[in-house]
Design a binder for this molecule. Structure first.
Ligand code: PBG
Length: 324
């Protein structure tokens, strides 16, 4: 009989065959765990909309760092929840601020763990906006000075990577210049270059106590409809000295990851954000989806799109699945 069609199923016939021809893999080495450290907290408190994710007091944070290190996770991304907020965001760049103390603690527990810090002002001022605000306007250039100060204070505490997420223009240049002038030429700058104004950040804002008190973030974060603009954002940041780029969120932006990856030769990360995590957790808790298979499929998708590494709240679970 003439063979009039292709037998694609031949290469799917067994698990060993499927493994052999698999095009995309992810491993624990690709995963960075975002963490929330809260000033003055004793113990840890689970974040309601993000089961399995916690606000950590410093002691519990130390314990978590040990656990994360044992799991083989290469790094963490730190967010601070300070006790005090003020108009000048002074707790963002205080030598003994919550992030600065957490960086020191993490490095004491495991000097090899990559400690990355989120550099932003939204958790540190009462407006909840990512830059300084005057007369209801989020100021660009005035914010750069404080962002650079914040990044330097993180470097001083021992951060390996600083990651500005504020979306002010020129922040990469401002931070790079200040890091170099302050004696931190080797601190890596990972820019949240392509960050969309996304509804998927909802649970995070509750976790970080950083919801804007007026308006929204659409005058600085990107319009979800735009991908050519992503290339302009990324180009500026690479030119200003970003060592690595990020696309955020991940799930609804796989095409953006692919486009940015193809256009630039620096590493490209993606951030599997809070709302993406919460959706999976909620559906899994109802028994509507299989959590492990869903997360593994998502991580595979991010890698297939071109992500070099992934920020995900699923990192500890995924590390465990890798070992099984
Ligand atoms: C702060 C910041 C946000 C996230 C990371 N850094 C929130 C925002 O921009 O509103 C989102 C992370 C997540 O949703 O998991 N600028």
């Amino acid at each position: 009989m003439e063979n009039s069609f292709s037998r694609h199923r031949r290469l799917r016939s067994s698990e060993n065959m499927r493994r052999l021809v698999r095009e995309t893999r992810w491993s624990v080495a690709d995963l960075i765990l975002p963490m929330f450290v809260q000033e003055g907290l004793l113990g840890k408190e689970e974040i309601a909309a993000m089961p399995g994710v916690y606000h950590y007091g410093l002691d519990e944070f130390r314990r978590a760092v040990v656990e994360i290190s044992k799991a083989g996770i290469p790094g963490i991304l730190l967010f601070g929840v300070p006790e005090q907020k003020d108009d000048l965001c002074s707790t963002a760049y205080h030598e003994h601020g919550v992030v600065q103390e957490a960086v020191r603690a993490a490095k004491q527990e495991n000097p090899d763990l990559l400690v990355m810090t989120d550099v932003c002002l939204c958790q540190y001022n009462p407006t909840g906006h990512c830059g300084l605000v005057r007369d209801g306007i989020v100021l660009n250039d005035e914010s750069l000075v404080l962002l650079a100060k914040t990044a330097v204070s993180h470097a001083q505490a021992g951060a390996d990577v600083v990651a500005p997420s504020d979306m002010m223009d020129g922040r990469v240049a401002a931070i790079r210049t200040e890091l170099d002038q302050s004696g931190y030429p080797n601190v890596v700058l990972l820019s949240y270059a392509v960050k969309y104004a996304s509804a998927f950040y909802g649970p995070f804002r509750e976790a970080a106590h950083s919801a804007p008190s007026f308006g929204d973030r659409r005058s600085y974060q990107m319009d979800p409809a735009n991908v050519r603009e992503a290339l302009r954002e990324a180009a500026s940041d690479v030119e200003e000295g970003a060592d690595m780029l990020m696309v955020k969120p991940a799930l609804a932006y796989l095409d953006v990851i692919q486009t940015v990856k193809e256009a630039f030769d620096v590493p490209v990360a993606t951030y599997n954000v809070s709302g993406e995590y919460s959706m999976v957790k909620a559906a899994a808790a109802q028994g509507w989806i299989d959590e492990r298979r869903t997360v593994e499929e998502m991580l595979t998708g991010f890698k297939r799109a071109g992500a070099d590494f992934i920020f995900t709240y699923h990192a500890l679970d995924a590390a465990q699945w890798c070992r099984e």
